[in-house]
Structure formats: C-alpha cells, structure tokens
Design a protein. Sequence first.
Length: 184
Amino acid sequence: MPPAGVGQGRTAEGYHFLGRADAPVTMQDFSDFLCDQCRLFATRTEPALEAAYIDTGKVKFVFRHLLQLGPGSVRTAEASECAGDQNDFWPMHDLLYAHQNDVYASKDLDTTLLGFARDLHLNSTAFATCMQTHKYLTMVQNDYQAAQRAGIVSRPSFDIQGTRLIGAQSFGVFQAAINNKLTR
C-alpha cells in the first residue's frame, strides 16, 4: 500500500500509477495477480523501488494487466479495478499478491474476492455490483491485448522508458536501468 503523501492516479489511458504524474522516469509493470514471479517482485522488489524512486518523485510506476493464467487472472484483475473505484486499487494489488495462495485454493473465487474487499473496508455492495456486471472486463482485456501488441509475452515484464526487463529481477537490476534513464 502506498505511504501517505505518495501520488497515485490513472494515466490518460486509464492505467493505475504510483508516484508523481510528472516524474522524470516512467516504469510500466506488466503482471498477472496469479503469477508467482509477479508476486515475488511485488512483495520483495517493489517496496524497495517505492522507497528509493517512487516516494522520492523520480519514478512513476504504472501497473498493466496480463491475463495469462486463465479465468482467475481475469477475475483478480477485475477485482483490482473494482477496488480502484473506491480508491483502493493499490491496497487490493498488495492483498491479492499477499494472499495469492488463498486465491488458488479458493473453491469460489468471487466470494474470496468479496472477502478481500471486506478486509479493505470497501463498500461491499458497490464492489459486488462492479464484479457482477463485469464493469472492467473490456478494460482489462484491452490492456492485455495492448501488452501483446507491444510484444509482452513473459511475466512479469517491465518497460522503463524503452528498456525492457523480464522476470522478478533484483533491485540492483532495476536500479541500474532507472539510474541510466535519470542521467540522460
């Protein structure tokens, strides 16, 4: 979850971001909430990137949806967007990764996702309606198709202003790529 005072919003295309909208470097994260390597990045490397670059205004971090692991990928992406309606995209992002095993073990994914919404103190009725009507289905599918057109085939994949990194790389790998962009 972003610390208080860290900017967040949506890009002109509708993608969620953390950091300053006008940060000198933009980093896009193409991930799937069911991907174990994506979880590894989100829980280990992303917090260090937030502290060093996002919280300091140097990087705008943009999340993009990859829907590569079946219907659960779609539903978790929809859940994150429905949480975003209540300004809780990033807390849901964090919760989905932290409880990825619960998602996989779920016999009724929609009930599990509604439980996550309750854990975040979201308006359950609004969240459930958003999920039932598939309010964001087309949006997350379009995001995935855009990623495919951009040549994204592996997860997680990252684009740092034209530099592509693939996999849950170490903080040092991201640091080198970001610093290279900052010195230009």
